[in-house]
Design a binder for this molecule. Structure first.
Ligand code: GRF
Length: 186
């Protein structure tokens, strides 16, 4: 599931393509029409499903549509790879302990939006990224993998995010592997 550039989606796809991750991306679900993630999926012949959140009166209604699309594509695990909507119990209940999220901070520090700006404002010297199992509270749930990234004195939100993303692209495939091993005893 993606709402943006899909660089994390791409990292997972590449990890599969080079044989590092034994998985298949069954479908990309996106909630915005013109994002780069779509092209990344299409060039790999991965199906895409557009669910515009503005068409659903409640978050639960959107999640019911997401669950239906995931089940139609026989999805076993759900990866929120830059999914910018708050999810509900509807999705969590349909995929218990099978939904993961990637977040650009060392949780539990700086949950929510603008976490990189929050880290810069707090003047932390080390930040990073986290992949965790999703629970109802935003950016919480048991942590699967983290990676630390030093904050440099000259960092802007853009430069820091770019270095965090390098680490995200490493730990997201690792987290999927860990989840798969747990679930399927691979
Ligand atoms: C990542 O920084 C992720 O941590 C956050 O949203 C961003 C998505 O980036 N949740 P991309 O679309 O994968 O490039």
């Amino acid at each position: 599931m993606a709402s943006g550039s899909g660089s994390n989606f791409e990292a997972v796809a590449k990890s599969i393509e080079c044989g590092n991750l034994n998985a298949k991306i069954a479908v990309l679900i996106h909630n915005k029409p013109d994002i780069q993630a779509i092209e990344r999926a299409r060039k790999r012949n991965i199906p895409t499903v557009f669910l515009d959140h503005r068409n659903y009166p409640t978050r639960e209604d959107l999640d019911r549509a997401i669950v239906a699309a995931l089940q139609a594509h026989q999805v076993e695990c759900v990866v929120m790879a830059g999914w910018m909507r708050v999810i509900t119990q509807v999705l969590i209940d349909a995929f218990v302990d099978r939904v993961i999220n990637i977040h650009p901070s060392l949780l539990p520090s700086f949950p929510g939006i603008r976490s990189i700006e929050q880290a810069l404002a707090a003047k932390v010297k080390i930040t990073g990224c986290t992949v965790h199992l999703v629970s109802l509270e935003v950016d919480s749930g048991p942590i699967l993998v983290q990676s630390a990234v030093p904050v440099l004195p000259e960092d802007t939100a853009e430069t820091l995010h770019a270095r965090i993303q390098i680490q995200e692209h490493i730990i997201l495939p690792q987290a999927i592997e860990i989840l798969a091993q747990r679930l399927f005893h691979l």
